[in-house]
Structure formats: C-alpha cells, structure tokens
Design a protein around this ligand. Structure first.
Ligand code: G6P
Length: 608
C-alpha cells in the first residue's frame, strides 16, 4: 500500500527519494511524488500518476541539488488515482506525505474552508496539510504545529512533513502506520518499509505509535505526544540488499516460489530435533503448564495468512485432540461480538506484521487479556512488537504482492507451535514423530517437486490460459489448498477462480461447470480417496475440464493429471500447493498480467 520516504543530509535528495520509492513499488500503488527544499526553503514538488518510472522521467527534467525531501507512492483510498490526488500535498508552507486515513477529514475540511483554505484534491491528506499549516500560524515550531494538528485528528497515520519556513528539518509522526528512521553519518533517512533503506544504512529507529521525531542532518530527536523527550533505540536491520533483488529470475514471484526449500529450512532451523522427535520454539514465552492450560486456539489473519491458518487448523486439531481451533478473518472478527472462553490463546498470522485489520484484532484480544502469539515474517513490525511472544517465519523479504513462500512457512510455523503444545500436553507421540519426520523432509521434497513439475505445469498453463473461469476443489487438508490455489490465480492472472470443499460441489458450484471453466482438483491417495474420486466423477460427468493434482499411482480420469511422487503423507498438500503456485504464475505469464504488482492490490494493507 502507500509508501513513504524522506531524506535529509548532503546527498541529492531527489536521487535518494526515487530510489527508495522504486524499492517500495512492490507494495502496490497508483501514483507517486516527491518534494524537496532548497537551502532558503524554495520547494520543488513533482507528482505523476502511474509507475515510479514516470516520476523518474519527470525528475530527470527538473533536477535539483536540494538535500532535503520527502516522497510517496499512493494507493488510492480517498479520491481516484490521479496526479491531483498524488502526494506530497501542499498547503501554505507545509508539504506532507501520509499513509493511513484521517477519519474526520470531512468536518476538518469544512472548518478549514471557512478559514479560506481552498482544496485542490479529494484527499484526507491535503486536509491534514492545511490543518498543520493553519495551526502553524500560532507557533514558530514545526514540531509543535504537527503535534497540535495531530491532537485534532481521528484516524491512523504515518506522516513526514516539510515546511518551507524550516528547511533544515523534517518532522515525522506515527499512529497505526509504520515509519522507520535510518541513521547515517550526517544524514537521516525516513521510510515506511525497511526495504527503502537498504544500501544506505542498517542503523534504524522504529518509531512507535504516539511518537514524533524531528529529523535533522545531525540526527534524530524523539518525542511523545506530551512533548516528553524520549531516548531513541537504534537497532541493526537484519535484511540485506540481495533479498530485494530478482537474482536472475524474471519475476520476484518466481524467485520466491523457488526459494521455498531454503525458506522452509530457515523456518525449521534450530526448532526441530529430527532424532529426538521434539520441537522447540524460543520465542513463545510460555511454560509447559501454561501450554497445558490452552483449550482454545484462535487463529487470526487476512488473505493468504488466513488460508494458512485454515490449513494449520486441520493439522493442529488432529494433533491436540481436545483443543478447539477457530480460524478468523481479521476484518470480520474485529467488529463481531465474540466471546473468548477461559484458556484461549491467539495466533496472529501476518507476513508484513502491519495489516490494519489483523493489528486491530491483536489490540482487542490483548485488551481482553488473551495471550497473543505472532506468526510474523517482518522483524520489528507492529504486530511482532505488540504480541506477547511468537514464532518468526524467517522467509526474508517477500516482494511479490501475491504471497507464496510466506504461506508455506506460516503453515510450518503453526505446526511447530502445535507440536510444542502437543509435547507439553504429552498427546499423540506417534503423530508428533511422523510430523517431525515429514517437516524434516519437506524442504527436499519441495525442491524435488519444483524440478520435476515446472516444465510440465508451464505446458498445462499454455493450454488452460484461455479460460476465464476456474474452480479449485479439495477435501480435508486439500480444501484450504484449493482456497489458496484459487486466490493465487485470481490475484495475478485476473481469472475468476473459486475454491470449494469437494463435498460442497453438489450444493451449488457444480451448476457452473461449462466450457468457460477449468477445474483444479486435488486428490490424495488416503482414507478419503474414494469419496473425493466420486466428486471428480460427478464433475467429469458434467463436462469438466479437470486438471488433477494427485499423489496416487491409480488410474485417474481427467483431461490432465499431475502426479506428484511424494515421500510425505501428512504434508503432501503443501507440495500440491507448490504446483498450484506454479500454475498461477505461468497462467498469469500467458495472459500477460503484471505478475509482481497485480492491478488494484497492495502487499501490505495498512488501511481497513
Ligand atoms: C494483502 C496481500 C496478501 C496477504 C494479505 C495479508 O492482501 O496482497 O498477499 O496475504 O494482505 O497480509 P499479511 O501481511 O498480514 O500476511
């Protein structure tokens, strides 16, 4: 979603800003802009609709040596994607970039119009810029003006503010939308996402909610909303530049699919003992007694993270027996009147650690006294900081909007938690041992599946790319795989795709089957084989164009059969999911869509 960058130092600010914005492109956006200040406060504001490259071209014809500036990539919330609505927004001497939403902007706008402010855009951000400008009339301090304006707004924000009257500082503030300050030698960088800082500095300060900072070339002064000076904690960024490069792949998505053997290894590293058949998690911060007292696990997430939770539920409920597992879509849960029984533990699942709805559920669950554990990828993210403990999934930067490696490792991380709890409860040692053996084999199996099936899936994609509709179908653990498989396809190829439980076919979706649809049918050769096979036969009888992904050696009736020769039993669904990731990728390529930055989507959804 929207991205913020800022710079103050000795370098040419425009260069630093556009290179930071390029790094933030993956988050999804529709327009971009930069504003810089010369030594006497002369401002240059450049904005474009569309890709950052358009902005780069515009900057090339309006080069400035200014060494102070802010920049933004916007994902439209209030007002259409356009140059007029792009940030930075300007009011009087104030130049502002903003992530988040100002909820009371309409009331503020009316008030400010009465004070002769004339608005050129449809955005809430321009209203905030005008508000800061208005209150700055009463103070000579930009920090003071920003603080008092923020005291009047309702909503969420990460902001960076330039004032032509104060050309030697940038004021930033955060509430609900991340901001990171990179500290260099005689320079300070500002970013909403660590990837924009890579290559410049690894020394960072994560701004907390309710904090403001004055950034000067000489360093950072940190404050809270009551003007108390705070001591900044400087941390070292763990990410490196390689993580945000394509390393020879055509797309980040394909690179990330191929990284999965290594990323699963990273998720497992130091956490299982394959010989002793034990799992050990360092960050859970719970005693065995506390784990034994857990009777209800609530898994909360959005999008792919939610589907990872649905799959993990099947595994964990088999393992833990008497523990009730519920999986919740965060945007629904946050407004429901739900109860949390005694002994509830929450697993908060999020790749970015910044998803607004998931974060809101975390806040609410903590308020109710629920012990919350994070299943998070982004180290230092808001969710990672606010949970009581957790399991980092450790997959490195995931740049492609569609999530692949994070999904696989989120499931693995939740399994590790399930195994840890099962260990504490002393339940089902046999199943625990099988799962640990399979987790140990999983990276190698993923590697094998990628080698064995990529060329085959590419051919299948060529054949099926012409269809505009699809149904993804599976039973038991393959139902969440069908949900995730269909999400991947719709996200990146814009093909209409629905995921269904095989047993539900007769209750509606079978009516859809015709020559505009193809079907992906997941089939495991296990105790549910016969049941699933009859669903496939029913589909075929209605003229389905079925692609079956299966581990069976038996004869299967379908247009295409992808036979995954798996050494696993319980975790084979994760291998089938790798096949559907490849299928979605190659269909998207055939259809010519923008695989890494699909239309209308954002990587990190920081507004609700
Ligand atoms: C967005 C992304 C998805 C992701 C979802 C949840 O929609 O495009 O890939 O699954 O947000 O994100 P999170 O960072 O919380 O896992």
């Amino acid at each position: 979603m929207c991205g913020i960058v800022g710079y103050i130092g000795t370098k040419q600010a425009q260069d630093v800003l556009v290179s930071g914005l390029k790094r933030l492109e993956y988050r999804g956006y529709d327009s971009a802009g930069v504003a810089t200040l010369g030594p006497r406060g002369a401002a240059t504001v450049l904005r474009t609709k569309g890709k950052v490259q358009e902005l780069v071209d515009l900057v090339a014809t309006h080069q400035k040596t200014d060494s102070v500036g802010i920049g933004h990539t916007r994902w439209a919330t209030h007002g259409e994607p356009s140059k007029r609505n792009a940030h930075p927004h300007v009011a009087g001497s104030i130049h502002l970039v903003h992530n988040g939403i100002i909820e009371n902007y309409q009331d503020l706008r009316i008030t400010l119009q009465q004070h002769d402010y004339d608005f050129k855009s449809d955005t809430d951000t321009e209203v905030l810029a005008a508000l800061i400008d208005y209150v700055s009339r009463d103070t000579s301090s930009l920090l003071e003006a920003v603080r008092s304006a923020l005291g009047m707004v309702v909503g969420a924000y990460g902001i960076a503010v330039l004032d032509t009257k104060h050309p030697d500082e940038i004021v930033v503030a955060r509430k609900g939308s991340p901001l990171i300050l990179g500290v260099g030698n005689g320079e300070v960088f500002i970013a909403s996402d660590a990837s924009a800082l890579l290559g410049y500095t690894k020394q960072v300060i994560y701004l907390q909610d309710g904090e403001l900072a004055v950034c000067k070339a000489s360093g950072v002064e940190l404050y809270d909303m009551s003007n108390k000076i705070l001591e900044p904690t400087v941390e070292t960024l763990e990410m490196d530049l390689e993580a945000v490069q394509k390393k020879g792949y055509d797309h980040f998505l394909l690179k990330e699919i191929h990284e999965q053997p290594d990323t699963v290894r990273a998720t497992l590293r130091g956490r299982i003992d394959a010989e002793a058949h034990t799992a050990r998690l360092g960050g859970v911060n719970m005693t065995n007694d506390e784990l034994r007292d857990v009777h209800h696990i609530m898994i909360v997430g959005c999008g792919t993270a939610y589907y990872a939770g649905v799959l993990a539920k099947y595994y964990i409920e088999q393992l833990l027996g008497d523990v009730v597992i519920s999986v919740e879509i965060a945007s629904e849960l946050r407004y429901r009147s739900f109860t949390v029984p005694e002994g509830t533990l929450a697993l908060i699942v999020s790749q970015s650690g910044e998803t607004a709805d998931t974060l809101a559920c975390l806040t609410e669950l903590k308020r109710r006294g629920v012990h919350c554990l994070g299943v998070v990828n982004a180290v230092g993210s808001s969710i990672a900081r606010e949970v009581d403990g957790g399991v980092y999934v450790h997959v490195g930067a995931e740049v492609s909007v569609a999530s692949t490696k994070a999904f696989t490792s989120q499931v693995v991380a939740m399994l590790l938690f399930g195994l840890t709890a099962a260990d504490a409860k002393g339940v089902d040692p046999e199943r625990r041992a099988t799962l640990i053996d399979e987790l140990d084999l999983l990276p190698g199996e993923i590697e094998r599946v990628l080698k064995a099936h990529e060329a085959e899936v590419k051919k299948i994609a060529k054949r099926y790319a012409k269809y505009d509709n699809s149904l993804y179908v599976g039973r038991d653990t393959l139902f969440p795989v069908a949900l995730e498989g269909s999400l991947k396809l719709k996200e990146i190829s814009y093909v209409h795709a629905e995921g269904y439980a095989a047993g539900e076919l007769k209750h509606g979706p079978i009516a859809l089957i015709d020559d505009t649809f193809f079907e992906v049918f997941y089939l495991l050769d296990n105790w549910l084989y016969e049941k699933s096979q009859s669903n496939l036969i029913e589909m075929n009888a209605r003229g389905a164009h079925a692609i079956v992904i299966t581990d069976t050696a038996r004869k299967v009736d379908a247009e295409v059969v992808v036979r995954v020769n798996s050494k696993l039993e319980l975790l084979t669904p994760l291998l089938f999911n790798i096949v559907s990731q490849l299928l979605a990728y190659y269909i998207a390529i055939e259809r010519g869509s923008d695989v890494d930055q699909p239309r209308n989507l954002a990587k990190s959804v920081t507004v609700e």
